[in-house]
Design a protein around this ligand. Structure first.
Ligand code: AMP
Length: 434
């Protein structure tokens, strides 16, 4: 029998809040982690966004804080959650608000990019839970506006991303302000050496919970790649987006500048799109995210960092306009679709300079991406036309995919001569090994 939330030892006000969210069955990480966390254990969670990890750490934390019936002293936080990005911090706070709706616990968020005085004010009385990004929190600790000496629970979320963003030092400095006697949790999608070291230093006899190894999550997503010159990418994107089957789309770029350009060009083509990246103000980012969430805009163009932790249900497609130079980012990116067990579609655009990135990605996910239809004729340059034919790689069987058929229907050239764009599908050596 499958575990239910009622089997996990959670108190009634939490069960009621979960029922209001229409959650009945815990996800694997919730089923495994919640009972152990309720016992007070430290935890190392290997899990990416989309696994339900936020509830896995929030629910036992709320329960513990509610049971202790202690009031936070001024400027202190009884529990601290560190997140690498502002968006993720805001989303965690949203979860706390939802799950804690029937408990009398106070929480606040401290993040960079917005004025600090409301944050100082919010901390003046003390809070039960503080959600923070590391840089601003450290500033406020140094200014003595925040005191962490009474913090009994620490969660470090998306530790690998903290590392990528250069926050590990700040994190270590923050942890040094906490009491040694505490419950500590560290979550990370991947486990690079520096994160493993941090976990070793931060956690005491942790239980290790690992869910959905990357390949399993990735397998639920239908992935394909277009080999295309950089100059043809914008037109290809526009033509793909003309298909209304792409209902909620995140487009990823490597740089902020490119994110802006892509969004502007789409808007010019009559496809309203917002860009989010680190140079935008917090309110602009939140506004764009809200418009995307509530369906006002169908397309969100994002850089990796800005998109980190974005929790929007029902994303139909992830388009990698530019491939990331770190293969793990590809996994994070495409994980925006196929949430909570659903399927999803990921489409990559790969220009000749990005071939090495694609190689690393395929090595990591142990799958060779299916080569999608050739771009429409009008967007090709002479060289791009030759690119698919020159691709010597065997490809795996392409699963049926809406975006593929879109490209086909728009590509008379590809239809006339299908061999030019795709070799006979056969299993890749990597797949055989897998
Ligand atoms: P997370 O991995 O914490 O970012 O959560 C991923 C998504 O799954 C979020 O949209 C949650 O609201 C949703 N979610 C979390 N737990 C459950 C559950 N037990 N049942 C259904 N959806 C859930």
């Amino acid at each position: 029998m499958t575990t239910q939330f009622t089997d996990l030892g959670l108190i009634e006000p939490l069960l009621r809040a979960l029922a209001a969210e229409n959650y009945t069955t815990p996800t694997p990480i919730q089923a495994q982690a919640i009972p152990l966390l309720l016992q007070g254990r430290d935890l190392l969670g290997i899990a990416q966004t989309g696994t339900g990890k936020t509830a896995a750490f929030t629910l036992p934390m709320l329960q513990r804080l509610a049971a202790e019936k202690i009031q936070a002293a001024p400027k202190t936080a009884r529990a601290l959650i560190l997140a690498p990005t502002r968006e993720l911090a805001v989303q965690i706070a949203d979860s706390i608000r939802a799950y804690g709706a029937h408990l009398n616990l106070r929480h606040t968020v401290i993040l960079g990019g917005v004025g600090q005085s409301p944050q100082v004010k919010a901390m003046a009385r003390g809070v039960d839970i503080l959600v923070a990004t590391p840089g601003r929190l450290l500033d406020l600790v140094n200014q003595k506006a925040v005191n962490l000496t009474g913090t009994g629970v620490l969660v470090l979320d998306e530790a690998d991303r903290m590392l990528d963003m250069g926050f590990i030092r700040d994190v270590r400095r923050i942890v040094a302000h906490l009491p040694r006697k505490r419950q500590s949790l560290l979550f990370s999608a991947t486990m690079p050496a520096d994160v493993a070291k941090l976990a070793q230093d931060m956690l005491i006899e942790p239980v290790r919970v690992e869910v959905t190894p990357q390949a399993t999550t990735v397998e639920k997503i239908t992935q394909s790649v277009y080999f295309i010159e950089s100059a043809g990418k914008q037109s290809l994107l526009t033509s793909l987006l003309n298909d209304e089957a792409l209902t909620k789309v995140i487009v990823f770029t490597r740089t902020k500048h490119r994110a802006n350009r892509v969004a502007e060009q789409l808007s010019k083509s009559g496809l309203p799109a917002d860009a989010i990246h680190g140079n935008k103000s917090q309110s602009a980012r939140q506004g764009a995210l809200d418009r995307f969430k509530n369906g006002e805009s169908r397309v969100l163009v994002a850089t990796d960092i800005a998109a980190r932790g974005i929790d929007v249900d029902g994303i139909s497609h992830v388009i990698n306009f530019e491939l990331p130079n770190e293969p793990e980012s590809y996994v994070h990116r495409i994980g925006r679709t196929a949430r909570a067990g659903a399927g999803g579609i990921a489409i990559a655009f790969c220009d000749p300079t990005e071939r090495p990135y694609l190689k690393s990605i395929e090595k990591l996910i142990r799958v060779q991406l299916a080569v999608a239809g050739s771009p429409p004729r009008e967007v090709r340059t002479d060289r791009s036309e030759a690119t698919p034919a020159r691709d010597p790689r065997p490809v795996r069987e392409a699963r049926p995919e809406r975006a593929d058929s879109t490209a086909d229907s728009r590509s008379p050239d590809a239809k006339r001569n299908p061999n030019r764009r795709r070799r006979r599908p056969r299993r890749s050596p990597l797949q055989k090994a897998a």
